[in-house]
Design a protein around this ligand. Structure first.
Ligand code: NAD
Length: 351
């Protein structure tokens, strides 16, 4: 097997993660890294990694056909375009860029040069997402009418560029892009019809420190995405409601369960006390009509992402994260910002 040389641009947290993974993989070889920060380069050298003298030096290295760009969000676009124009294939970290107009320019360069251009949407292989997707795809709950997808932190935005608009900061571009890509991946063939969203500025004025987005798909599915950074009690990672049951996936460790109804018609219940009154409607079901099932845990193989890149570069596959999907996700992000700014439901037009 001929290994493919990769250079990583941006050797911070995620650049370090890519270099570590690439060094473990059989199909790739880490050629070196470049970062504008001399201290990052020194750290790389201390780990035995070759460092380049400039971005131009990376582009001039004919032994390297592939770059992974893991810099701040605002410079993904110029770096990816320069790389493709220099004959390199590129993986950009997410978000691929900050607007659909910018992405269109990047896609045009990819088409003109014939170079691979894609984005690292690694969370398509997260166990929690795949476990939820399995419930949905297998129809375990009957027709699913609502999915709630949440991540909730309690430290605000970390004290780096993610707080700065000029660098493409904020939580919509940060965690949001992952959760939105998951929502769209689950509904790849199911048109998105409308979006209602609001963003929060609880701990940060310059950039959004969280958001809530309600997505309505053509098949009637309502899909809620929530990213927040000031929650000291977190709600479950996933909450899935179907006609015949409910599933909860509490966390990334896949704690949770499904509760299924096996005798829907037996709905008679004894009223229970509720606050200052009583209720029959909200009384819990009796045990003989429902039962719990453990979650079928699905474990993802994230290395399939780089395996796919290898196959694409050898002419044996098409890219998993496609230009259409990248564009759809950025269009959704733009719709979220528009909805939040205008406090209105935004109609979504699929291309
Ligand atoms: P970071 O601040 O830790 O690292 C970014 C590095 O990029 C810094 O070392 C900085 O000096 C360098 N840099 C900035 N501009 C550059 C340029 N023009 N040329 C070369 N180097 C440059 O940030 P991070 O947490 O590693 O995030 C980097 C990217 O990875 C972001 O796009 C982020 O959204 C993404 N990310 C993805 C995931 C994921 O799971 N896919 C997780 C975390 C971060």
């Amino acid at each position: 097997m001929k290994k493919i040389n990769v250079a990583v641009v941006g050797y911070g947290g995620m650049g370090g993660w890519h270099t570590d993974r690439i060094r473990e993989m059989e199909k790739f070889n880490l050629a070196g890294v470049w970062d504008i920060d001399p201290e990052s380069l020194a750290r790389a050298r201390a780990c035995g990694i070759h460092t380049y003298g400039s971005f131009e030096d990376v582009l001039a290295d004919d032994s390297v056909p592939l770059l992974t760009i893991a810099t701040w969000n605002d410079v993904h676009k110029p770096l990816c375009i320069a790389a493709m124009r220099a004959g390199k294939n590129v993986i950009s970290e997410k978000p691929v860029t900050l607007s659909v107009a910018d992405l269109d320019e990047m896609i045009a360069v990819s088409e003109e040069t014939g170079k691979l251009f894609t984005v690292h949407q690694n969370r398509r292989w997260d166990d929690d997402f795949l476990t939820m997707k399995n419930i949905y795809d297998k129809n375990l709950l009957g027709k699913v009418f609502r999915i709630e997808s949440r991540v909730q932190g309690s430290r605000g935005i970390p004290g780096d560029w993610r707080k700065e608009k000029g660098h493409g900061g904020g939580m919509v571009y940060d965690w949001g892009v992952h959760l939105l890509d998951q929502a769209l991946t689950l509904n790849d063939d199911n048109p998105l019809e409308s979006v209602y969203a609001h963003i929060t500025n609880v701990t940060n004025e310059e950039c959004d420190d969280g958001f809530y987005a309600e997505l309505r798909f053509r098949n009637g599915l309502y899909y809620m995405v929530e990213v927040t950074t000031n929650n000291f009690i977190a709600l479950p990672r996933w909450y899935i409601l179907g006609e015949n049951g409910t599933s909860v996936i509490e966390d990334w460790e896949l704690n949770g369960k499904s509760t299924l109804v096996h005798d829907w018609k037996k709905i008679d219940a004894v009223p229970v006390k509720a606050g200052t009154g009583i209720t029959k409607t909200m009384a819990p079901r009796t045990d003989e009509t429902i039962h719990d099932e453990p979650l079928e845990k699905i474990h993802g193989q994230w290395t399939q992402y780089y395996d796919n890149i290898y196959d694409v570069l050898n002419g044996n596959a098409t890219q998993i994260v496609t230009h259409r999907q990248m564009r759809r996700c950025l269009k959704l992000i733009e719709a979220i910002f528009t909805s939040a700014e205008t406090d209105s439901v935004v109609k979504f037009r699929e291309d």
